[in-house]
Each structure stands twice: as C-alpha cells, then as structure tokens.
Design a protein around this ligand. Structure first.
Ligand code: BGC
Length: 588
C-alpha cells in the first residue's frame, strides 16, 4: 500500500504541474512567479495616473503611442457581398452509419425547442481588426499583443479577420447555412475611445454597430450582444488600474447605458460580461503581470478586487437596464464547470469539487442567482483585504441581477484535493495551491486515461472533448443555480494541429471538431428531453478562425477557415454538420 500511495502522489503532482501553464483559462489563483523568473512583462506600461486625461485627438494619439505602430487594414469600407452566398455541396459521410450517424440522424426523434437560438459566437478583439479605424481607442489587448511573450506566435489583432469591414459577408455566410443567431461583443474602446463616463462618445462607432445590428436582423440572424469580452480600453488601465479600481463601476455603467439606449428593441438578448472569472484571473497573467494595478492592489489581491468591482459593475448595468425599461433579457456568461471528484470515493476530492464550484462559478453566480453573497468557501478562505465583503445595499442590487443562466461548457474535468490535504492548504497562505486549494486533473485516477479527446497542444492545458460528462455538468449547474432558461453561450474545439495544415482539403476536414459538436449536441438534446434542462440556445465558438488571445492565430477554433492573406472564408466540415444538424432538429 505504502509504495502505491507514493507513486500515486508523485503522479498527481506532475499532473498538477501540467495544468498550471498559461492558458486563457488561467486560474484566478494569484500569480506567484519567483522574482528571478518573473517576466519583464508589464514594465513597459505607464504607471497608473501618469497619462493625463486629455480627450483631444492629440490625447488619443498619446494613448496609442503606448501601444506603438499599428498595421492598417487593406481596405476601409464595408464590403457588400453578392447574394445569395454560394454554398458548396455538403461533404460526404466520414464513417459508415453503423459507426457514426450523419448529423441529421443524431437522435432524430428529439427536436430542439421552438424558438431555439442556433447560433455562432465571436468577440470584438478576436475578429474585428481595424483596431485604430473610425476613432477607436487602444485596448489592453492591442498593447499586450506587442509585449514580449504577450502572444505566443507573435501575431496581433490589428487586421485579423477584418470582420469590422467584412461583417456583412460574415453574417450572410452563416445565414446561408441556416444559423439564426450570432453572439458578438461591442468594443468599449470604439464607443468610448477614452473609456470614461466624462469622455466623448464616438458616434461613428455607434453608427457602425447600429448598421451591423440591422444587417443581422435583415439577414434573419438574431444579434446577441456582449458588452465586455476582455478588451478593456487602455485609457482605463492607465488612468486608474482598470478593474482593480472601483472607479470602473460608473464608467462601465455609463458605457452600458449608452449602448442599451442606442440598440434598444433591436438586440433582445444581452450579456454584460464574458466569463468574468477568466478575465479577472487573466489580469495577472501574460504580460499583464503587475502591469498597472490601482494603488494598494497587488498580483495576489488583484483577481479578487477585480471580481468585486466587476460584479458591482454588472449589477449597476442591470439596474440601469431595468430602470430604462430596455426590452429583452440580460445576464453574464459563466465559464467552467462544477467538476467530478478525481478519486470517486475520496471525501477530500468531493470537498475539492465544492471549492472548484465556488471559486470558478459560485464567485459570480452565488451572488447573482442564489445567496446574494460570495460563496462561504471563499469568505472562509480569503480575508476582506483580498475579497472585500459586500454591503447590504450591494447584495440587494446583485441578487437577481441575471434573467437567465449562460454557460460556456467547453469541457468538464476531474478535481482533486491538494496532495497534503485541503486543510493544510487553506491554513497556509504560502501553499502553492492557496487559496483555491484544489487542482484540475485531465486523466483518470485509475489508469491515467484522458477525460476526453485532446485538442491542439496550444489549448491542451485546459480543453478536452468531454461529451460524456456534459449532461451531469448541466444538471449540476441547474441544481446549484436553478434557472428557467439556460443558454450554452459558447462551446467549441481547437482542432489538433490544424495550424500546420496547408492544403485546403486537409484544413476543411475538421473531424475532431465535427465529432465534438455532434456529440455535444446529442447530449444537449438528451439534457433537454430527459433531464428537463431548459436550454434555449447554443452558440458555436467560433464563427470564423480568429485570434485566440495569447495563442494568436495559430489556435484554430473556427467553423470557417480564414486565409489571412486574402481574408477569404471557407466553410469547414463542422459548419456543414452544424447546419445539417439544425435543419433536421429545428421546430418551426
Ligand atoms: C472565450 C473566447 C475564447 C474561447 C476559446 C472562451 O472562453 O470567451 O474568447 O476564444 O473560450 O478559448
């Protein structure tokens, strides 16, 4: 027994190491990088408060000078596509039907509910390009992409998909396949180049998104809008430290009100924030490390101070939404999953699952949906200097501030307690796993099999295709944060080694992504019909290949290929499979 136990722990320790490398899903755990290996990252960013608030064109140029020179787009007018978009014939079946059914034959008797939103998803920074056009201000990602180590393949979002000028073509292309919704984000730095409530609004940008929304509606593709998908106006980081300062709350609410008023009645489903937990974890990673926090905030406290400010900004925006009587529904997008105990009979791993649920979902969803307050596991662990306690008035505003539950259930994995136990970790603030005191494990505890098919190595620190865990995951969400309506607001897969393929016939054959979508959608049908989970929409990430944060354009999540020289889009097999699945399962 003794020697088995030792092997077991050593094995576990190496798995923990594997799962801590940088990823878009970096843990919200404070970054404790030893000083000797600390990236020089962040040193180039101007100290907080050192840039004066000058809202003139010269002031805007001064902000852009922090970023450096920008690659201009090859053209600067909105391209109008020739309609109808030619749709090539569907790809032939990959497998005999006894092995894998065609998309239309996946659980053919089960239908999607009436009015189901069968959509695709994108985010402004990841697809728009044209980062300095039409008066846009710089964002922290414009800056980050130019810092050493900021983006692994050295690419940036300057041009990328040029969706800013190609949105008509993009919408027409997904409409041609029958998708009926597109979840996109509105760039705060386009609408308010200087970010703040007292700075000028950019009418050109307001008109741009207005046209974009109208084009969606005209094309039969419902526009679903997110206000913040991680692309913080650089000005706000420079003026006061972005989300590490309470000053962000009023500025975000002002941005939200401006956008609500402009598009009221045309956008019916809104999200305030995309995956706030990931965003707040991320502000201490990549070159953001120590970039510019508000006075008194450091890399250890920043993720939680961010969560506190962000939650209050969300609640403030929703309060305004309701006071302004904006039509439709509003919520935010949760990332992550509750998790499964790594060792099935281990009470320690079961407790670790509770910690995972609290730190990854409960942090925002307990206050918004159930208790109105932070999860007890978090307040028992983190002192108020890390996680400021919510006042009675704040709790009142936050509780009930979401009209539906949105989840991005990309994967579900195992959760393990620290090798020396949860108690030892919780009591020791210098423990490497403090304060979350649990680990995500990608392989089972018996034979070391993976939780699911592995993606491209660029995403393998966090992603696996885990359809077999999806239903239980959704049931856990519904049990803990009950809702009458749930959206799968993003799901998708990073096709292994797609970035190495050069022939189009190899690129479009995205078999692992296709299998991911078909197996997830089959489980979603079962979740709706057998588990009675009120799923009202799914959004495939992503409509097109795009810039995947610190992995750049090398990580491919698109159901359409983008040729980054010609900007031409090509449907991949997964796009056809989704389309055929939807047509066969839709109820008109
Ligand atoms: C994010 C996207 C990201 C995708 C794939 C989601 O969590 O919202 O921005 O590209 O995951 O990593």
């Amino acid at each position: 027994m003794g020697s088995i136990a030792i092997v077991f722990l050593v094995g576990a320790a190496s798995i923990f190491a594997q799962t801590t490398s940088i990823s878009k899903s970096a843990s919200i755990t404070p970054t404790t990088v030893p000083t000797s290996t600390q990236p020089s990252a962040g040193v180039n960013f101007p100290p907080v408060g050192s840039i004066p608030r000058d809202f003139s064109p010269a002031g805007l140029e001064k902000l852009w000078s922090v970023v450096g020179p920008i690659d201009p787009p090859p053209f600067t007018t909105t391209r109008v596509p020739d309609l109808p978009i030619p749709v090539p014939s569907s790809p032939p079946a990959l497998y005999p039907s006894w092995f894998a059914p065609a998309p239309k034959d996946v659980l053919p008797k089960l239908k999607l509910p009436k009015g189901f939103k069968f959509g695709v998803a994108t985010a402004a920074y990841q697809v728009e390009g044209a980062v300095k056009n039409d008066g846009k201000g710089p964002t922290m990602w414009d800056w980050n992409s130019r810092q050493p180590g900021g983006v692994l393949d050295g690419t940036n979002g300057d041009v990328v998909d040029l969706h800013y000028y190609l949105y008509k073509e993009d919408i027409a292309r997904v409409a041609a396949l029958g998708f009926n919704a597109h979840s996109f984000s509105i760039s705060w730095a386009r609408i308010f180049p200087f970010g703040t409530a007292d700075s000028p609004v950019n009418r050109v940008a307001l008109a741009h998104y207005s046209d974009l929304i109208d084009y969606h509606i005209k094309s039969g593709v419902e526009p679903v809008a997110t206000l913040f998908h991680w692309d913080l106006p650089l000005a706000l980081q420079a003026y006061y430290g972005g989300f590490t300062s309470p000053k962000i709350v009023d500025d975000f609410v002002n941005f939200a009100k401006t956008v609500f008023k402009a598009y009221n009645g045309r956008v019916k489903t809104w999200y305030t924030f995309n995956e706030p937990r990931v965003y707040c974890g991320q502000i201490t990673t990549y070159p953001f490390v120590n970039a510019s926090f508000a006075p008194g905030v450091n890399a250890s406290t920043a993720p939680y101070i961010c969560a506190w400010n962000l939650l209050r900004a969300h609640a403030g925006a929703v309060k305004a939404f309701r006071e302004m009587k904006i039509q439709g529904e509003i919520s935010f997008k949760n990332d992550d999953y509750v998790g499964i105990p790594w060792r099935a009979n281990s009470t320690e791993d079961m407790a670790a699952v509770e910690r995972h649920a609290a730190f990854r979902i409960g942090i925002f969803s307990d206050p918004a949906y159930t208790t109105g307050d932070w999860p007890k596991i978090m307040t028992d662990t983190l002192p108020p200097s890390y996680l400021p306690r919510l006042t009675a008035a704040e709790k009142k505003d936050i509780h009930g501030s979401a009209d539906f539950f949105a989840t991005d259930p990309y994967r579900t994995q195992w959760i393990a307690a620290p090798p020396d136990g949860i108690d030892a970790c919780v009591k020791n603030t210098s423990h490497s796993m403090w304060p979350e005191c649990h680990s995500v494990v990608l392989v089972d505890s018996n034979a070391g099999w993976a939780a699911g098919l592995n993606p491209d190595p660029l995403s393998d620190t966090w992603l696996q295709a885990t359809p077999n865990f999806l239903r239980e995951s959704l049931r856990q969400l519904q049990k803990r944060w009950p809702t009458k309506k749930m959206y799968i607001s993003e799901f998708g897969f990073d096709e292994p080694f797609e970035e190495l393929r050069t022939d189009m016939f190899r690129i479009v054959e995205d078999v692992t992504r296709t299998n991911y979508y078909m197996t997830y959608l089959g489980e979603i049908l079962l979740a709706i019909h057998e588990d009675k989970i009120p799923i009202a929409g799914t959004f495939a990430w992503a409509m097109v290949d795009n810039t995947e944060w610190n992995s750049g354009i090398s990580a491919k999540f698109g159901i359409q290929h983008v040729n980054y020289t010609t900007l031409e889009r090509t449907y991949k097999r997964s796009a056809f499979a989704l389309s055929e699945f939807y047509k066969a399962h839709a109820q008109k």
